[in-house]
Design a protein around this ligand. Structure first.
Ligand SMILES: [Zn+2]
Length: 350
């Protein structure tokens, strides 16, 4: 390990394993702590070396702190394989280190293309999200509440979408968010056949449309055909959280990714890096294939709260690490170019 302290990812894995061999309330305590470890802003090992208490870290009580201290003091020599369900997730501490290697990269960011509000399952209003976006120096944000088919997430129908448009127009005129444009969008629920659940005429009025799968996500068989169908759906421009994986919960779908990304590139559509810490979907391994196929990449935090806009660091870092060319990233475009790209895709459909 040299002088380097043990990484937060390594500690997260040890916590997750501890959860698997525990019983009772400890199972949840360890699982929760493993997830929290991904969000710690600095390495627990560095904190410990500086003599600061580990209980400063989110989700760490005295019991977990003692466990962590033992692991930090005596790093185990075992090299273990992280199971696929927890593999290829960046911690926030990793992301910050990656972004430090090229400070100009994050400065290219002009907006965030996936977030939820109180209109579906988010906890903040549109104005609050817009103000948070403006504070981050963004030129635009896309409001992507869930569509009506996803009842569990409070999905909205065409008439709610129209009411939301009025609220967005008001926020776009507000003084407090001047300089930032709130884009009308939606996270449209796609059936496993790649079909949407909203009237295409309502979708055509939106600035940009994200489509995503939320069902039959534990299928073991190859799902290439559903991805090809989704990309060919003329109503969407971005395929959100493509794999559908969730840290330590669900592996996500299998597909011939080379074919999927090649088709996205041929259609000039974008695939997303959903930067929510538990998702990080696309992940680094798939992003490398995406780079080879030359597909466009969209960055979205999938924020459900204004504070979660900071998750964008994870997506920015993954894209940088995968060496995605800057011109392939939607969020590096200015608003006019982004709109022109959407318009071009829409004329091509006929
Ligand atoms: Zn989703």
């Amino acid at each position: 390990m040299g002088g380097e302290s043990v990484s937060n990812a390594h500690l997260a894995e040890l916590l997750a394993r501890e959860g698997e061999t525990s019983s009772g309330i400890l199972v949840r305590a360890f699982r929760r702590a493993a997830r929290s470890a991904f969000l710690w802003p600095e390495r627990a090992g560095d904190l410990y070396a500086a003599g600061r208490p580990l209980t400063e870290l989110h989700g760490v009580g005295p019991f977990i702190a003692r466990k962590l201290e033992a692991w930090i003091e005596k790093p185990s020599k075992d090299v273990f394989r992280v199971p696929a369900i927890r593999r290829d997730f960046l911690t926030r501490a990793d992301a910050r280190m990656i972004l430090k290697s090229d400070p100009a990269w994050a400065q290219r960011l002009r907006g965030d293309l996936q977030m939820h509000t109180v209109w579906s399952d988010g906890s903040a209003g549109i104005r609050e999200m817009a103000e948070a976006g403006k504070e981050r120096g963004y030129e635009y944000i896309a409001i992507t509440d869930h569509s009506k088919g996803l009842k569990i997430a409070g999905g909205i129908d065409e008439s709610a979408l129209l009411k939301q448009a009025r609220e967005i127009a008001t926020v776009n005129k507000a003084r407090t968010t001047r300089g930032l444009t709130v884009l009308r969008s939606i996270e449209m629920n796609l059936s496993p056949r790649g079909e949407g659940d909203m009237d295409p005429r309502a979708l055509a009025k939106l600035d940009i449309v994200l489509g995503a799968f939320h069902s039959a996500l534990r299928k073991k068989e190859d799902q290439t055909s559903r991805y090809l169908a989704a990309l060919r759906n003329p109503d969407i421009q971005i395929l959100g959280h493509p794999r559908g994986r969730i840290y330590n919960f669900r592996l996500g779908l299998k597909a011939d990714w080379r074919r999927v990304f090649a088709e996205a590139a041929r259609l000039d559509k974008a695939v997303e890096i959903d930067s929510y810490p538990d998702r990080q979907d696309l992940n680094l391994a798939l992003l490398k294939i995406a780079r080879k196929e030359g597909v466009r990449i969209s960055l979205g935090t999938d924020a459900h709260h204004a504070d979660q806009l900071e998750f964008i660091e994870l997506g920015l870092a993954a894209a940088l690490k995968a060496k995605i060319p800057a011109e392939r990233i939607l969020n590096f475009m200015d608003l006019a170019s982004l709109r022109a790209w959407v318009a071009k895709l829409r004329t091509r459909r006929r």
